[in-house]
Design a protein around this ligand. Structure first.
Ligand code: NAP
Length: 521
């Protein structure tokens, strides 16, 4: 596929008006052809008007039509798998085989959401039939279904250039809900973004849908993102990236004349607690597993475990040695962008200034953007007195916190901010402490894992990828898994309607044979 470098606004390829950019190969520091168009607020407006025009017809597609459309996106992604993965590898420095896996995951997500749509449970249909005889006042017939919230803006993430980017879970869940989508491509992988956008547009055309169902814009600096969040036709925003960026967009959306929900997924250190009996018997094994997960994607993964808490005692020394060995053996690997590499180095310096001691580092960097792994250690007293030590350093590093006793371990847990996940390693004799720790963790995280790590993640019905601030801006929702569709839905009730005027899913005869709650049953 020849990359055009142009913006994709509905059916049109649109040339640059705000200059051009090239992709950077972070491994070789070379610019890669071709030039990519940078758009401006006028392009956002053009895409938003189209998305709004497309909304009524797209959100009213039948469930089977919409499911078939999502399946076609999956097919189209798979048909460009190796081309997409090799372009993404050039632009990110991530291994091609891993990126082919990401294409598979993205395609699977579209198919899974196709099934969610077919099953129709997401509509959350409820019927409270009329009770004309009810005293003292008759009850009218009420029927509820969820509908799509409107056109949505999705910010593609930098760290998973496919599964969290243009054809990622946000796009799949928004399209499944019946929302139309304007995607803000991340400038770290413009070529991979174009290939994905064209696969989605091809499916729009194959199914005869309105061209405004999907557009992709790109811009320099913050202007394009700000224009998207400000645009009155946009009704929700999703974002994966830094806390700084996410909160800037969140605050901006709340200042609009008509505020809208912004679902940001931002930062998490995914604390791992090793309880005493587990530490005594599985020390080395846990240390090994922890570092293996910490190094995934050169530490550039939201579920990377970055904080390990253990009580001083039998097994701690073996745990530490296993972690030191594993980190020392890790080769430095290319990080995604010069900016992410620079903030990784700054983050490590800040941790050391805050009192963390570097106890191991990986192989030396051979190139400018290589991330050298690091293991830091601090004691519980210092950790509790310095909030900076609990901050995420995005990259291949971790902090070991050795605490004096159970009380200090619980104090460390209570000091933590919101997280995407937490893990507990325990044996039977640790259950009493685990029961004290659980309520503390439930209040601070979206997922608790026992005797394993949060990574790799399942994408399914019980998946939660969310958590209290600053892990996300809205802990009521998940950004991954089948229930992530709920971010793009809102309820509408139909009261006293004649049957013929009701949405098909709510008609008396239940022609779509969908599950419905009738009078609460
Ligand atoms: P980012 O700087 O937050 O940018 C993410 C996206 O949001 C980009 O498309 C960016 O556009 C846009 N954006 C950011 N701030 C904006 C603003 N104020 N107004 C309008 N648009 C804005 O994230 P990143 O580039 O992916 O990586 C930077 C840092 O984010 C990393 O070092 C890491 O700390 C964090 N991060 C965390 C996760 C995670 O899963 N926890 C994932 C990725 C990144 P431009 O590029 O055009 O500015």
């Amino acid at each position: 596929m020849n990359l055009t470098g142009q913006l994709i606004i509905g059916a049109e390829n649109v040339a640059a008006t705000a200059g051009t950019m090239k992709a950077l190969n972070p491994a070789t520091h070379e610019w890669i052809e071709p030039d990519f168009a940078l758009g401006d607020a006028a392009h956002v407006h053009q895409a938003a008007v189209l998305a709004d025009e497309a909304f009524d017809s797209y959100s009213h597609t039948s469930l089977s039509q919409r499911a078939a459309f999502l399946h076609s996106i999956a097919d189209n992604l798979e048909s460009v798998r190796s081309e997409l993965a090799s372009r993404a590898a050039l632009e990110t420095g991530l291994p091609q085989v891993q990126l082919e896996g990401e294409v598979n995951r993205a395609a699977t997500q579209f198919r899974q959401f196709g099934e969610v749509v077919r099953q129709g449970r997401f509509l959350q249909l409820a019927i409270d039939p009329a009770q004309p005889e009810r005293q003292p006042r008759p009850r009218m017939d009420h029927r509820l279904q969820k509908i799509a919230i409107g056109p949505v803006a999705i910010f593609g993430a930098s760290n998973f250039p496919i599964a969290y980017s243009v054809a990622g879970g946000d796009t799949a869940s928004a399209l499944a809900a019946g929302a139309t989508v304007i995607l803000k491509a991340h400038n770290a992988h413009p070529g991979a973004s174009e290939i994905q956008a064209r696969a989605i547009r091809q499916a729009v055309q194959e199914h005869g849908l309105h061209e405004g169902v999907f557009s992709m814009v790109r811009g320099a600096g913050n202007t394009i993102g700000e224009a998207l969040v400000d645009h009155p036709l946009i009704k929700a925003v999703t974002f994966t990236g830094s806390e700084h960026g996410g909160m800037a967009l969140y605050r901006r959306a709340q200042r609009r004349p008509a505020p809208i929900p912004v679902f940001t997924e931002m930062t998490s250190v995914n604390p791992t607690f090793i309880l005493p009996a587990a530490l005594a018997v599985r020390n080395g094994q846990i240390g090994d597993g922890f570092i293996e997960r910490m190094l995934v994607n050169v530490g550039q993964a939201c579920l990377r475990p970055a904080l390990l808490i253990a009580i001083k005692g039998p097994g701690l020394e073996t745990l530490r040695s296993a972690m030191v060995k594993r980190v020392s053996e890790a080769a430095a690997r290319t990080m995604l962008t010069p900016g992410i590499h620079a903030s990784y180095l700054d983050g490590l310096k800040l941790m050391e200034r805050a009192g963390a001691r570097r106890i191991a580092q990986g192989g030396a960097s051979h190139a400018d953007f290589d991330g050298q792994s690091a293991l830091l250690e601090v004691d519980g007293v210092r950790f509790l007195s310095e909030p900076l030590l609990a901050q995420e350093v995005f990259g291949p590093s971790a902090l070991l916190v050795s605490v004096d006793d159970e009380a200090q371990l619980l104090a460390v847990a209570r000091s933590l901010q919101g997280q995407l996940s937490a893990a507990l390693h325990l044996e039977n004799s640790d259950l009493a402490l685990a029961r004290r720790l659980l309520p503390v963790l439930e209040r601070r995280t979206g997922r608790i894992v026992v005797n394993a790590f949060a990574h790799p993640q399942e994408v399914n019905y019980a998946t939660v990828h969310g958590g209290p601030f600053p892990a996300t801006s809205d802990s009521r929702f998940t950004s991954v898994g089948m229930s992530s569709i709920e971010r793009f839905l809102r309820p509408v009730a139909y009261q006293g309607f004649p049957d013929v005027l009701l949405p098909e899913a709510l008609r008396e005869a239940n022609p779509l044979q969908l599950p419905r709650l009738i009078d609460g049953q």
